[in-house]
Design a protein around this ligand. Structure first.
Ligand SMILES: C[S@@+](CC[C@H](N)C(=O)[O-])C[C@H]1O[C@@H](n2cnc3c(N)ncnc32)[C@H](O)[C@@H]1O
Length: 301
């Protein structure tokens, strides 16, 4: 899959199915240290060895001088996993004529990234709120407005990979709509993959991930269910991405400060103090977050 020594190291760790600290993974790859002219849109904290990762298949920053917020977040996740998906379809996509669907694609950054890499395969992104960039100039990409809860506008058995990242549904929605719809549009022998962050599920606890597997399994149409996990230390203990993830959390809170502080019954000044304390706390406690991918193959009947 990759063409550098660090790739196989990272892949070996992935295939072992264990939890991994990204910082540990990357320590063997941190060989270069040169100044960076890159200007990410999110303000970043000074990170030692900021741009040492050019030997990776997926470095934190690409060639663009300025990248959007969603591109930076996409890059962070791609960097953490050193791939864009875990399902074993890399060869199939590279060969061409494969079809990939992303549900809830947002501005389509994941879909576009894959379309650029696997130029002979075809990619479709759907989103209920049509945020994707219509000007995108890749002949192998189509974006459509569609809500998975209303049913997807595709024939059964259409896609080799159906991917969904950072969407959440109620148990009822999963059981009555989402699981069936994802599997319906996937080809027999094709793969479905779901990625999420456990933080977003914090009130439901770790059982949610288990439930997600059960939802897919409950259709009796999915087999070989696998789960991979990356634990990332937030803040200073988290290598290159830890401070960026915290910055993203703070920026998101900052944008909703007025409504959040009202909801919490605190003044905006108290809210600012809380976010400052949060940053200190996570550094002191080495708070971590977990990213999870669950993927499985549709049975061939
Ligand atoms: C947190 S964003 C994630 C975007 C993208 N998956 C990514 O990782 O960059 C969630 C996206 O899912 C879309 N979405 C939410 N519910 C949906 C539904 N029922 N059907 C289709 N898209 C939906 C939202 O409009 C939003 O763009």
């Amino acid at each position: 899959m990759g063409n550098c020594s660090c790739r196989s190291n990272i892949n070996n760790q992935l295939e072992s199915g264990e939890e991994h600290e990204t910082q540990d993974q990357l320590s063997t790859t941190e060989k270069r240290n040169r100044p960076s002219s890159k200007k990410p849109v999110l303000p970043t904290l000074p990170i030692p060895g900021f741009n040492e990762d050019e030997n990776l298949r997926y470095p934190l920053y690409d060639n663009d001088d300025i990248i959007s917020h969603s591109q930076l977040l996409h890059n962070i996740h791609r960097y953490i996993w050193q791939n864009n998906f875990s399902s074993p379809v890399d060869d199939l996509l590279r060969k061409g004529r494969a079809r990939v669907l992303e549900i809830g694609c947002g501005d389509g950054i994941w879909t576009i990234d894959l379309a650029k890499e696997f130029t002979w395969s075809r990619f479709t992104g759907v989103d209920a709120h049509q945020k994707f960039d219509q000007r995108v100039e890749h002949t192998n990409v189509t974006f459509l407005k569609a809500d998975v809860l209303d049913g997807l506008p595709f024939d059964p058995d259409t896609f080799d990979l159906v991917f969904m990242r950072f969407l959440s549904f109620s148990e009822k929605q999963w059981l009555e709509k989402v699981a069936n719809e994802i599997i319906r549009v996937c080809k027999p022998g094709g793969w479905v993959e779901i990625m999420d962050c456990t933080n977003q599920y914090a009130p439901k606890g770790p059982a949610t991930s288990q439930l997600e597997m059960d939802y897919l399994r409950s259709t009796n149409k999915i087999t070989v269910i696998r789960r991979e996990e990356k634990r990332i230390t937030l803040g200073k203990g988290g290598g290159k991405v830890g401070p960026l993830l915290v910055q993203n959390i703070i920026t998101t809170w900052e944008q909703s400060k007025k409504s959040l502080s009202e909801l919490m019954g605190v003044s905006e000044k108290e809210f600012d103090n809380l976010t400052r304390t949060f940053q200190k706390e996570i550094n002191d406690l080495k708070t971590s977050t977990r990213y999870i991918r669950i993927y499985g193959q549709k049975v061939i009947e």
